[in-house]
Design a protein around this ligand. Structure first.
Ligand SMILES: Nc1ncnc2c1ncn2[C@@H]1O[C@H](COP(=O)(O)OP(=O)(O)OP(=O)(O)O)[C@@H](O)[C@H]1O
Length: 321
C-alpha cells in the first residue's frame, strides 16, 4: 500500500468539506494500515481542504505538515512525531509510557468509557505521573486533591464568618449576591439540601441559566459548613475542561475569594486548589479515572457529594403509545 495507490484516490478528490473528510479519512486509514512512515498528498488540494485534513490529523494524533509554495504546496502526514521532517526523539520515549491493563480490567474500562466517554481533553496523558505513581505501579493515583479538607469545626466557623464579613464589606459582592437571590433555583434551596440529606441520589432538572451549576454546589457547601459544621468534598463534573475552569472561577468570584482556595478545579495537566478545596470541578474523564483507579477506595470515601451534569434529550415521540 504505497504512495501510488493514494495518488489514484487523490485524483478523484471530492469538493465539499464533508466529502473531503470522508475521502481523507479513508486515505489516512489506508496510510495507517500501510508500512509507510510518510504519505504526501498531491498538490491539487485547496487551502481549506488542507485545513480540514490538518484538523482531522490533530484529532487522530497524526503529525501533519504542509510545505512548498503556491500551486506546489503539499501536505504530508507522518506516523511518528516529526519536527521539520525529522523524526522527534520524544515520540520513542512517549511510546514507552504506554499503560496496559489485565484483560478483566480492560473489559470493565471498555464498557465504562463506552457509556461515559471522556472528553477530548481527558484522553491524553492526565497527570500521568500522578496516575501511574512514581513507583511505576499502574493505575495508582497518589493525589490527595480529591481528599476531604482537614479543617476542624473552629476553622469551618472562621470560614463562615469570613464569608459573611466579605459580604458585609464588599459592594460588588453584595450586587452579585442580589443577582444570585433572584435566580429561579433560589426558592428550591431548602428543598435541595434536605433532599440531599435524605436521599443517596437526587435528580435536579431546571431550565438553562436557572442556577443549577453555580448554585447547587454552594448550597451544599454552605449547608455543610453553616448547619452541620462539617468539612466536605463536593466533586462536580463538567463536560468540558474549559467549563470546569470557568465555573469554578465564577463560583470563587461569587464568594469573593480567589480560585484555588475553597473552590478549585482539576483538568488535564492543570489544576487550581488541592485537598484544602471543598468544591472541586473536573471533567467526566477525570472523575472516572479517580473512581476506577487502583487504591482509589481510600480517598473516594472522602468524597461527600458528587454532582454530575446530565444532558438528557427527551424525545416526545417516545412518550406516544
Ligand atoms: N461567568 C459568569 N459571569 C456572569 N454570570 C454568570 C457566569 N456564569 C454563570 N452566570 C450566570 O449565573 C446564572 C446561573 O448560571 P448556571 O450556569 O448556574 O445555570 P444552569 O442552570 O447551570 O444553566 P445550564 O443548564 O445552561 O448549565 C445565569 O444567569 C448565568 O448567566
Amino acid at each position: 500500500m504505497g504512495n501510488k495507490r493514494f495518488r489514484a484516490e487523490n485524483a478523484g478528490k471530492p469538493t465539499s468539506v464533508e466529502a473531503t473528510r470522508i475521502w481523507a479519512s479513508k486515505v489516512i486509514d489506508d496510510f495507517r494500515a500501510s508500512g509507510n512512515e510518510v504519505y504526501t498528498f498531491e498538490h491539487n488540494l485547496s487551502n481549506s481542504e488542507r485545513g480540514v485534513i490538518h484538523q482531522m490529523c490533530r484529532k487522530m494524533g497524526i503529525q501533519s505538515k504542509s510545505s512548498g509554495r503556491g500551486d506546489q504546496r503539499r501536505l504530508s502526514i507522518y506516523k511518528g512525531r516529526h519536527k521539520n521532517g525529522k523524526k522527534d526523539e520524544k515520540s520513542n520515549r512517549e511510546k514507552l509510557k504506554c499503560v496496559s491493563f489485565p484483560p478483566e480490567a480492560d473489559a470493565i474500562l471498555q464498557e465504562l468509557f463506552t457509556h461515559y466517554p471522556p472528553c477530548d481533553g481527558d484522553t491524553a496523558a492526565t497527570s500521568f505521573n500522578k496516575y501511574s505513581g512514581k513507583s511505576g505501579k499502574q493505575g495508582q493515583w497518589n493525589d490527595d486533591f480529591f481528599r476531604k479538607p482537614k479543617s476542624s469545626s473552629e476553622e469551618i466557623l472562621e470560614k463562615v464568618a469570613s464569608l459573611s464579613s466579605r459580604l458585609r464589606k464588599d459592594k460588588a459582592l453584595q450586587e452579585i449576591s442580589k443577582l444570585r437571590s433572584k435566580l429561579p433555583i433560589t426558592s428550591f434551596r431548602e428543598a435541595i439540601t434536605s433532599a440531599v440529606e435524605s436521599n443517596q441520589v437526587i435528580l435536579i432538572s431546571g431550565e438553562t441559566g436557572c442556577g443549577k451549576t453555580t448554585q447547587v454546589p454552594q448550597y451544599l457547601l454552605d449547608h455543610m459548613w453553616s448547619n452541620k459544621r462539617e468539612t466536605c468534598k463536593i466533586v462536580c463534573t463538567q463536560p468540558r475542561r474549559i467549563s470546569a475552569m470557568s465555573v469554578s472561577e465564577r463560583i470563587s468570584c461569587e464568594r469573593g475569594e480567589s480560585i484555588g482556595e475553597n473552590i478549585g478545579y482539576k483538568v488535564r495537566l492543570q489544576s487550581k486548589g488541592g485537598r484544602h478545596s471543598s468544591v472541586v470541578f473536573c471533567t467526566n474523564g477525570i472523575l472516572l479515572r479517580v473512581l476506577v483507579g487502583k487504591g482509589s477506595a481510600s480517598y473516594v470515601s472522602d468524597i461527600t457529594h458528587i454532582i454530575v451534569v446530565l444532558d438528557i434529550l427527551l424525545n416526545p415521540l417516545s412518550c406516544v403509545h
